[in-house]
Write a protein that binds this ligand. Structure first.
Ligand SMILES: Cc1cc2nc3c(=O)[nH]c(=O)nc-3n(C[C@H](O)[C@H](O)[C@H](O)COP(=O)(O)OP(=O)(O)OC[C@H]3O[C@@H](n4cnc5c(N)ncnc54)[C@H](O)[C@@H]3O)c2cc1C
Length: 254
């Protein structure tokens, strides 16, 4: 591996949430600067070459290790390789963090609508951890509504931590929603896809167009639907921030 471009990270911890979702922490040999919301590019090398993909960072910049939240794509190039990793193994990290999916301070909005599907919550965990550690991370009076959806509740990963963060940060409302509630009989919380809930919670919080920045992260279809809906509500393009995790394969031609 080209060590002028990559840092060798050691896996220090791994937690499996279910068959295809897991979190992992990495220790790097030197400092890794990033802003909450940015991503790191992870790489593995084998006989077929170098395999790399971007992953949003879950941890806050103040933490000593980098944390990630992964979904296994069984036919994918990189996640089946990442899935093999255990504590003590090595994964390479490109030296610079990247990405513009950070808290928008330029437009001066005090209201932030965060919307995610499954692993798309990663940048928002980093933001909330950062805010909880340092009250000056966000301007006084900042309000956030985080709508986080998964098919079933065991896909949330950070539900308990998010509940605690929201309880400790006065301006933060957390909405967890399950879309396939018939497969999750014990779930008593909100039901529906993320985009089904945006109007309800944004309207109730008074998060309207012109005074709110929206951040959409994860599944491309959610982002497309949410963007269309917010645009119809009058949100200007400049207030819609998106982090699309993958491109949906085109429907087979007939
Ligand atoms: C900025 C950014 C941040 C990201 N952060 C994360 C993150 O925090 N956690 C995370 O798990 N992923 C994240 N991703 C997605 C990640 O980079 C990979 O695309 C993903 O892990 C699949 O990689 P792969 O090599 O296994 O599959 P690929 O070989 O890249 O994909 C194979 C096929 O599967 C499709 N596909 C890819 N991902 C999915 C999916 N989740 N569900 C269904 N189909 C899929 C692709 O469109 C492609 O057709 C992020 C992507 C971007 C652009």
């Amino acid at each position: 591996m080209d060590t002028s471009k990559y840092l060798a990270g050691e896996v220090t911890a791994r937690q499996d949430l279910c068959a295809d979702l897991w979190t992992m922490r990495l220790r790097l040999p030197s400092a890794f600067a990033f802003q909450p919301g940015q991503y790191a590019t992870l790489a593995l090398e084998d006989a077929d070459g170098v395999h790399e993909r971007p992953y949003s960072i879950v941890s806050s910049p103040a933490e000593a290790e980098l944390e990630f939240f992964f979904e296994l794509v069984p036919h994918g190039e990189v996640t089946p390789r990442l899935y093999q990793l255990r504590p003590g193994d090595t994964v390479y990290v490109r030296k610079s963090a990247k990405g513009l999916f950070v808290l928008d301070r330029k437009r001066g909005h005090g209201q932030h609508l965060l919307v995610s599907t499954v692993t798309g919550v990663a940048p928002f965990v980093s933001m909330l951890r950062s805010w909880a550690r340092d009250a000056s991370w966000a301007p006084a009076g900042t309000r956030m509504v985080l709508i986080h959806a998964g098919s079933r509740s065991w896909e949330f990963g950070y539900a308990e931590e998010l509940r605690q963060l929201a309880a400790g940060l006065p301006g933060v409302q957390l909405v967890l929603s399950v879309s396939r509630h018939w497969e999750d009989a014990d779930w008593t919380g909100e039901r529906g896809r993320a985009e089904d809930l945006i109007r309800k919670y944004a309207d109730a919080a008074g998060f309207g167009a012109g005074s709110t920045a929206a951040y959409l992260c994860g599944h491309p279809q959610m982002i497309e639907n949410a963007k269309g809906m917010l645009t119809r509500c009058g949100f200007p393009k400049a207030d819609l921030h998106e982090e699309i995790y993958f491109i949906l394969p085109k429907a087979a031609a007939h």
